[in-house]
Unconditional design. Structure first.
Ligand code: ASN
Ligand code: ZN
Length: 353
């Protein structure tokens, strides 16, 4: 029987959870029958099998403390709920594959594991606990949204996980992970274009997994696509290095494109002049176009989703992503529309022509 109980999460405050009453076991289970029977399990710090279904006697889940193993599961469940609702309400996509079927989420994966991942074979995702000191469990909403979105990519464009298509695959997960964070708009998780900042026990402007507005803040991810207009330099990496770069770095250029498309050459609060990051509009763009105006998150995410699901294919590269988003913008807003021009301008601002 479907039920609803409060969840005391690590990162999102007290949130409503979708649970179910198992009359045979006489216990509540962390299974959401209204979202394709998504289930959250505890791996018990092992790394094999599906883990043990999370259960609770009084339908009040966790206590918001790391010491309570259920609290980590609360964040995973909440993140999955928001992800499901985001895809359904924003794009009419019901379920990761669009077939109404939910996924499994396993928390407490392995020991001191500082990562999370999607596995399309089991249609499931796993979340590590972090390192036990400086890094907390990897169940912040943008991380959950990122992992689930790998399932969406696997069901649609099937972008191969290496080279430029791999970078686009990673960027897709960062883009939707971030849009899911905005969709949830949880007061305990002020939305932003920083990925994974919540998992750091001592937050700081330079503690994050990635930053979309300025990927090179990590001193590795390129801001700009390397070409004649943008030879290697600060915020850029030479083409000769690209083939060896991790997909979590080559994603930077597409993350950067999406930020500029949605928001324009605007420095986010906390990273602007006078702060330690000390960013200026000129430092956000690769071509000096500080007049770049964003079209907003809603139009930007509609363009990206249509490009992903209707135009990108397994070996799409950066040039192909540009063409895909221009086509998607034409379909949605018209050829020569303000939105389509903004897509061209945002790609130019990251040196993709
Ligand atoms: N957290 C990583 C990701 O989802 C795991 C990986 O490298 N695939 O991108
Ligand atoms: Zn990823």
């Amino acid at each position: 029987t479907p039920a609803s109980g409060p969840g005391y999460s690590l990162f999102a405050g007290t949130v409503p959870l979708n649970t179910q009453w198992n009359a045979t076991r006489r216990i509540y289970e962390l299974v959401d029958s209204t979202r394709g029977n998504t289930a959250i399990t505890d791996m018990g710090n092992g790394y094999r099998g599906a883990g043990t279904l999370m259960v609770d006697a009084d339908n009040k889940w966790g206590n918001a403390a790391l010491s309570d193993r259920v609290s980590t599961g609360v964040d995973a469940s909440y993140g999955f709920t928001k992800t499901w609702d985001f895809y359904k309400n924003t794009f009419g996509r019901v379920g990761i594959r669009g077939d109404g079927v939910g996924a499994m989420g396993a928390v407490h994966y392995s020991i001191n594991y500082v990562n999370a991942f999607w596995n399309d074979d089991c249609f499931c995702m796993s979340f590590g606990d972090g390192n036990g000191t400086t890094v907390r469990p990897l169940v912040a909403i943008d991380i959950v949204g990122h992992e689930v979105s790998h399932g969406v990519t696997a069901a649609t464009a099937k972008l191969i996980y290496s080279g430029e298509s791999g970078g686009l695959n990673e960027a897709n997960s960062d883009i939707f992970g971030t849009m899911i964070e905005y969709y949830a708009n949880n007061a305990n998780q002020p939305p932003n274009y920083v990925i994974g900042e919540q998992i750091f026990a001592t937050p700081a402007w330079n503690k994050f997994i990635r930053t979309m507005f300025k990927p090179y803040l990590d001193k590795t991810s390129p801001d700009c696509y390397p070409n004649a207009a943008n030879p290697a330099g600060t915020g850029n990496r030479p083409m000769s290095e690209w083939s060896m770069m991790d997909v979590h770095y080559t994603s930077g250029v597409a993350n950067h494109f999406f930020y500029l498309l949605a928001e324009g050459a605007v420095v986010p609060a906390g990273y602007d002049a006078g702060t330690p990051a000390n960013l200026t509009p000129a430092s956000l763009v690769c071509n000096g176009n500080t007049a770049l105006v964003g079209i907003g998150r809603e139009a930007a995410q509609q363009i990206w989703y249509k490009a992903l699901t209707q135009y990108m294919v397994s070996n799409t590269n950066y040039a192909g992503a540009r063409a895909a988003t221009l086509s998607a913008a034409a379909d949605l807003y018209g050829a020569g529309s303000r939105e389509q021009q903004a897509v061209a301008d945002a790609w130019a601002a990251v040196s993709v022509f």
